[in-house]
Design a protein around this ligand. Structure first.
Ligand code: SF4
Ligand SMILES: [Zn+2]
Length: 331
């Protein structure tokens, strides 16, 4: 008989086989996407891989679907898909200097070590253009994507000897929308941060006793290593509060689903009606246009600065409680 576990197990196996075939042993190198993520999550993911939730596995597949769509859209343009770049940098294990053409650190004379770096580029065009595709419903370009692209461009330049141009294309598969960034150029100043983060990851991977840094973010709620993450260690919850937290969390999930439904229905209703008054059964409906005034705080801050004043003089601060609850997902 079919049940959800059948699909989960099947996708899990397919994912493991595909990762092995395309990415190889991920403990043997630092990837461009690793550099931009939470170091603890990356190191744990390589040394102690956990089964992914069904939701995560389906999300991974969305990325492939988006790439297939873009590949079809670009069929008239010559391009290479999933270009693998492999590069070994040299670095000083003591002072983290990095560079080439020398076996010893010019700063402290320590023998240099190797740092294997790899990037998989979604699309590369003959005019040295790299296109990174992301599936998302977020409107803004994430810093981590920019860092991943900068890493790809850095490796491309080191290997091909030419500075590439890069774009990030975001696709919301559910909505059918695409967004292409302006072109990025290689930011030479970012190389220090990129290699610095890669060295820290590499050293954490090679030392059993290492405690890689945690970088909490909105993605922690889908992290497979949340349950024992030191960033979320705290006091034991008073017993009487525990059921309230569980109930609060479930209410939040219901609210989220309801908000999604409400937004979908609102779009459908607005698309079907013109401004006016309507009635149906117990419902009396009115659709009208209302104007809204918004204030450009950035422009005001700029003007005040011109007048030698700071906007903070006109702002007042107050505190309010922020309750954040993360739920460890069932595997
Ligand atoms: S829970 Fe967040 S901070 Fe902890 S390892 Fe995962 S991503 Fe990093
Ligand atoms: Zn050194």
């Amino acid at each position: 008989m079919l049940n959800l576990q059948t699909f989960h197990t099947g996708l899990q196996t397919a994912q493991i086989l595909e990762t092995e075939a395309t990415l190889g042993d991920r403990r043997l190198y630092i990837g461009a996407s690793d550099i931009a993520q939470c170091p603890r999550k990356v190191v744990k993911g390589k040394t102690n891989p956990q089964p992914h939730t069904l939701q995560s596995l389906i999300r991974f597949k969305r990325g492939h679907i988006a790439e297939d769509i873009i590949s079809e859209a670009l069929h008239a343009f010559q391009h290479e898909r999933q270009m693998a770049l492999e590069y070994v940098a040299s670095y000083c294990p003591l002072c983290h200097w990095y560079g080439q053409n020398t076996r010893h650190c010019p700063k402290c004379s320590t023998q240099l070590s190797s740092l294997p770096l790899t990037a998989h580029l979604d699309f590369v065009f003959p005019d040295n253009t790299i296109l990174e595709v992301k599936t998302t419903s977020l409107p803004a370009i994430q810093k981590s994507w920019e860092m991943q692209l900068q890493t790809q461009m850095y490796l491309y330049k080191e290997i091909q000897g030419t500075s590439p141009r890069g774009y990030i294309l975001t696709m919301d598969i559910a909505e059918g929308t695409l967004n292409l960034t302006e072109p990025y150029t290689l930011n030479e100043a970012a190389a220090d941060e990129i290699i610095g983060r890669a060295i820290n990851l590499w050293e954490s991977l090679r030392s059993e006793a290492s405690q890689p840094e945690t970088e909490p973010s909105a993605l922690c709620c889908v992290c497979e290593y949340l349950s024992d993450c030191p960033a979320f260690e705290g006091n034991t919850l008073p017993e009487e509060v525990t059921p309230l937290i569980a109930e609060y969390h479930s209410a939040g999930m219901v609210e989220k689903e309801a908000a999604k439904d409400k937004s979908r229905l609102r779009t459908a209703i607005l698309g079907a009606l013109s401004p006016g008054k309507y009635q149906a059964g117990d419902f009396r409906i009115s659709l009208s246009q209302r104007s809204r005034t918004s204030t450009d705080n950035k422009a005001i801050a700029f003007l005040l600065k011109e007048l030698g004043q700071d906007i903070s003089k006109y702002q007042s601060k107050s505190t309010y409680p922020v309750l954040d609850i993360k739920h460890i997902s069932a595997k």
